[in-house]
Ligand binder design. Sequence first.
Ligand SMILES: Cc1ncc(COP(=O)(O)O)c(C=O)c1O
Length: 384
Amino acid sequence: MDKLVMIPGPTPVARSIQDQMGREIQAFGDPRFVADYKEVIAALGRLLNCSGKTFVIPGTGTLAMEMALANITRAGDPVLIISHGYFGDRFVEICQRKGLDCDVLTCEWGEIVPLDRIEAQLAAKPYAVVTVTHVDTSTGVCAPLEAIGELMQGYPDTLLIVDGVCATGAEREDFDQMGIDILFTGTQKAFGVCPGMLMLWASEKALQKRLALGSIPEYYVDFQNWMPIMADPGKYFSTPAINLVWALKESLRLIDQQGLEARYAWHQKNAAAVHQAMTALGFSILANPGYRAVTLSNLIYPEGMADQDFRARLYIEGVVVAGGLGPYAGRLFRLGHMGHITSDHMVRAIAAIERTMAYFGKLPQPGMALGTYLSAMMAPSRVA
Ligand SMILES: Cc1ncc(COP(=O)(O)O)c(C=O)c1O
């Protein structure tokens, strides 16, 4: 059996999605592929209730961050970055390179920037854009997106960019209702596909802003270059990732089969069960209760457990997890639980974690975490 990949994206890719990756290639102008591409673009717009435009192009989350800023800002524009960790901070670097005038609101890792601080900052300066990372993968903190969106209704000239890379498809998002102007993610995260494509949703307001900018310096990520292709994928601008489009189509079919609400509910239940199970083993969770993501857990080691030793042994036990970032490098590990994963994946991962703890003489009772996880998953759901 190969290693079980439980990093915060990519996570295990469902067999039926892998099969799409292995299909015989078709020309990107083949009417069969054009119909598939068109269907994927439309389905993604419906999935997140976006009445604007959806872009599905080759690239990753970082490219999507650049794409978002490129199309609605010009050098010198004031941008407010709400950062809950490493990926929030990545916006700072991108903004600085683009010559944007950026202000950053930060907080202790594991906490959220309080809404009143955001409100005070918005009232103090007219921003062109606010950026927020829905789930910051470095901290496992889920931003209060709905409340931020509500707050921003008082600032109609300020556009809201949401990094949904570690959230979209697992954390609840409603593009139109939440007042989002640009949202993006990558195929390798909660859609459970291999890495290689980005998905980006843009509001009518964002598209108008792009038009008002006239010519922009960026070429590949320019909305104007992709709009005709998204409307008619039979046209050419840059080569589509054909097999990834098919893989994403299959992922959307699986999401549809599960139902989006059921998917959100499963992720919530699963994350809470994982948190209980890992707490039973002596780990603590970096993100404060109330702001914990459902897509991953950032688990601080119990006293005396060394990161390198733990992860090296866990690898031998068959499971790959990710290390901590920034100030938490060496202090925690990150367990991804997004994509098309099931309780079976979780049980395998938790069992390997127990074996690893036992190897280091730190498991008082075999089955402690497994039992806790299973009990929590078998309890009746609070969410319908
Ligand atoms: C929240 C968040 N934003 C952006 C990125 C960057 O995405 P990518 O690695 O696909 O460029 C990541 C990657 O993990 C992420 O977790």
